[in-house]
Write a protein that binds this ligand. Structure first.
Ligand code: SF4
Length: 94
Protein backbone atom coordinates (compact mmCIF):
# COMPACT_ATOMS: atom_id res chain seq x y z
CA UNK A 1 0.00 0.00 0.00
CA UNK A 2 1.33 3.50 -0.85
CA UNK A 3 1.51 6.43 1.56
CA UNK A 4 -1.41 8.09 -0.32
CA UNK A 5 -3.57 4.99 0.13
CA UNK A 6 -2.61 4.84 3.82
CA UNK A 7 -3.76 8.45 4.31
CA UNK A 8 -7.09 7.69 2.63
CA UNK A 9 -7.54 4.60 4.77
CA UNK A 10 -6.90 6.51 8.00
CA UNK A 11 -9.24 9.35 6.93
CA UNK A 12 -11.95 6.77 6.33
CA UNK A 13 -11.31 5.29 9.78
CA UNK A 14 -11.57 8.72 11.41
CA UNK A 15 -14.81 9.47 9.53
CA UNK A 16 -16.28 6.11 10.52
CA UNK A 17 -15.37 6.69 14.16
CA UNK A 18 -16.89 10.18 14.05
CA UNK A 19 -20.12 8.90 12.53
CA UNK A 20 -20.25 6.22 15.21
CA UNK A 21 -19.98 8.84 17.95
CA UNK A 22 -22.75 10.90 16.35
CA UNK A 23 -24.97 7.81 16.35
CA UNK A 24 -24.24 7.12 20.02
CA UNK A 25 -25.00 10.74 20.87
CA UNK A 26 -28.33 10.61 19.04
CA UNK A 27 -29.31 7.37 20.79
CA UNK A 28 -28.47 8.86 24.20
CA UNK A 29 -30.52 11.96 23.42
CA UNK A 30 -33.55 9.86 22.50
CA UNK A 31 -33.18 7.81 25.68
CA UNK A 32 -32.92 10.92 27.85
CA UNK A 33 -36.03 12.35 26.22
CA UNK A 34 -37.91 9.11 26.85
CA UNK A 35 -36.92 9.20 30.54
CA UNK A 36 -37.97 12.84 30.81
CA UNK A 37 -41.36 12.03 29.33
CA UNK A 38 -42.15 9.07 31.57
CA UNK A 39 -39.95 8.18 34.55
CA UNK A 40 -39.84 11.63 36.13
CA UNK A 41 -43.54 12.27 35.88
CA UNK A 42 -46.26 11.14 38.25
CA UNK A 43 -48.30 8.08 37.23
CA UNK A 44 -51.86 9.01 36.30
CA UNK A 45 -53.31 6.76 39.01
CA UNK A 46 -51.51 8.70 41.78
CA UNK A 47 -53.27 11.96 40.91
CA UNK A 48 -56.69 10.43 40.17
CA UNK A 49 -56.33 11.42 36.52
CA UNK A 50 -59.38 10.83 34.37
CA UNK A 51 -59.65 11.43 30.64
CA UNK A 52 -62.95 13.30 30.96
CA UNK A 53 -64.16 16.32 32.96
CA UNK A 54 -64.85 15.98 36.68
CA UNK A 55 -68.45 17.12 37.36
CA UNK A 56 -67.44 18.06 40.92
CA UNK A 57 -64.97 20.60 39.50
CA UNK A 58 -66.65 22.29 36.55
CA UNK A 59 -64.30 24.23 34.31
CA UNK A 60 -61.21 22.41 35.56
CA UNK A 61 -59.92 20.85 32.35
CA UNK A 62 -56.37 19.93 31.42
CA UNK A 63 -56.53 22.38 28.52
CA UNK A 64 -56.87 25.31 30.96
CA UNK A 65 -54.36 23.97 33.51
CA UNK A 66 -50.95 25.60 33.87
CA UNK A 67 -49.30 22.17 33.54
CA UNK A 68 -50.90 21.35 30.19
CA UNK A 69 -48.65 20.93 27.14
CA UNK A 70 -50.64 20.88 23.90
CA UNK A 71 -51.75 18.69 22.32
CA UNK A 72 -51.74 15.80 24.85
CA UNK A 73 -48.99 16.06 27.47
CA UNK A 74 -48.62 17.36 31.02
CA UNK A 75 -45.57 18.77 32.80
CA UNK A 76 -46.31 16.67 35.90
CA UNK A 77 -48.34 13.63 34.92
CA UNK A 78 -47.34 10.78 32.63
CA UNK A 79 -49.04 11.03 29.28
CA UNK A 80 -50.77 11.01 27.04
CA UNK A 81 -53.52 13.09 28.58
CA UNK A 82 -56.78 14.38 27.14
CA UNK A 83 -57.37 18.14 26.84
CA UNK A 84 -60.75 17.56 28.52
CA UNK A 85 -59.17 15.45 31.29
CA UNK A 86 -58.77 16.32 34.97
CA UNK A 87 -56.63 15.38 37.98
CA UNK A 88 -56.11 16.54 41.59
CA UNK A 89 -53.03 18.51 40.56
CA UNK A 90 -55.10 20.91 38.46
CA UNK A 91 -53.87 24.50 38.69
CA UNK A 92 -55.53 27.21 36.61
CA UNK A 93 -53.45 29.12 34.09
CA UNK A 94 -52.56 32.59 35.36
S1 SF4 B 1 -55.23 18.70 35.33
FE1 SF4 B 1 -53.27 19.75 34.95
S2 SF4 B 1 -51.78 18.65 36.20
FE2 SF4 B 1 -53.57 17.30 35.98
S3 SF4 B 1 -53.14 15.99 34.19
FE3 SF4 B 1 -54.32 17.77 33.48
S4 SF4 B 1 -52.76 19.24 32.80
FE4 SF4 B 1 -51.71 17.74 34.12
Amino acid sequence: MTEKNDNHASRRAVLRAGLGLVGVGMAMGAAQEAVAQTAQKIPQSQVQYQNHPNPKHPGQLCSVCTNYIAPNQCKLVQGPIAPIGWCIAFAPKA
